[in-house]
Design a protein around this ligand. Structure first.
Ligand SMILES: [Mg+2]
Length: 247
């Protein structure tokens, strides 16, 4: 057994947890509530929201959502990239407006806070965000539900690619650089609620922990994608920590 394998057996090598947000850490109090801000954002930037109103978007990056919504209107990836700064600005204006009227907009999912605290307290684990949300929207969501303190490492976000599979490598490079550690892909664990989360983990060589708290996909849908582990939700702290220790 080489040194790396022996360290792995002892569970002493660091593991970086890359957390999806929507359907994994939190969910909107109302189904489809994200359209409250994304439809006016698209109308403000492009003059149309295309087919967004009829789309189901779970597991997609925001850039991918915008591209698919506007494709029937003739907008290309290039058109969207050219307006990315304006898009980010309008997105956050509309999101602040939609989430500041006193209504509870996002809810933390069961067990999330306890698991984030336990991994923060555990020497083997560190956490970052890996989400389809544009970066400022991601940080606003975790701030609105009081989870900001748990993500000290740099992550990767939905304004960086149309393809979620690109995101783990981007996050990993930033994290290696910040920690000055030569982390291998298998030391990253992507935690998410959709087939796209699992695909992004495997594309990079990371492990995938699927959680069954998303609104769009069933347990069977997720298991078909062969995640390294599946848990129905994060409410059993001991079970979650045992699962993470096995990955
Ligand atoms: Mg999700």
């Amino acid at each position: 057994m080489d040194n790396q394998a022996s360290l792995d057996t002892c569970n002493e090598t660091p593991r970086i947890l890359l957390w999806d947000i929507d359907g994994t850490l939190l969910r909107s109090a109302r189904t489809g509530a994200f359209k409250d801000y994304t439809i006016p954002m698209l109308e403000g930037v492009f003059g149309t929201s295309g087919r967004l109103a009829e789309m189901k978007v779970s597991g997609m990056t925001d850039l991918q959502i915008v591209a698919e919504a506007l494709r029937p209107e003739g907008f290309t990836h290039q058109h969207i990239r050219e307006r990315l700064d304006h898009l980010r600005e309008r997105y956050m204006e509309e999101m602040h407006k939609a989430t500041s009227n006193g209504e509870e907009f996002f809810q933390v999912l069961p067990g999330v806070r306890e698991v984030l605290q336990a991994v923060a307290d555990h020497p083997r684990f560190q956490s970052a965000l890996l989400t389809g949300n544009i970066e400022p929207a991601a940080y606003l969501k975790v701030e609105l539900v009081g989870l900001s303190e748990f993500f000290p490492l740099p992550g990767a976000f939905g304004d960086e690619s149309h393809d979620r599979r690109d995101l783990p490598a981007l996050a990993a490079e930033r994290i290696r650089s910040q920690l000055k550690l030569d982390l291998q892909p298998h030391q990253f664990i992507v935690i998410g609620d959709t087939p796209n989360d699992i695909a992004s983990a495997h594309h990079f060589g990371a492990r995938a922990l699927a959680v069954g708290t998303g609104r769009l996909y069933t347990t069977e849908d997720l298991l078909e994608c062969s995640p390294e582990a599946f848990i129905p939700d994060l409410s059993n702290l001991e079970g979650v920590m045992q699962t993470l220790a096995s990955l």
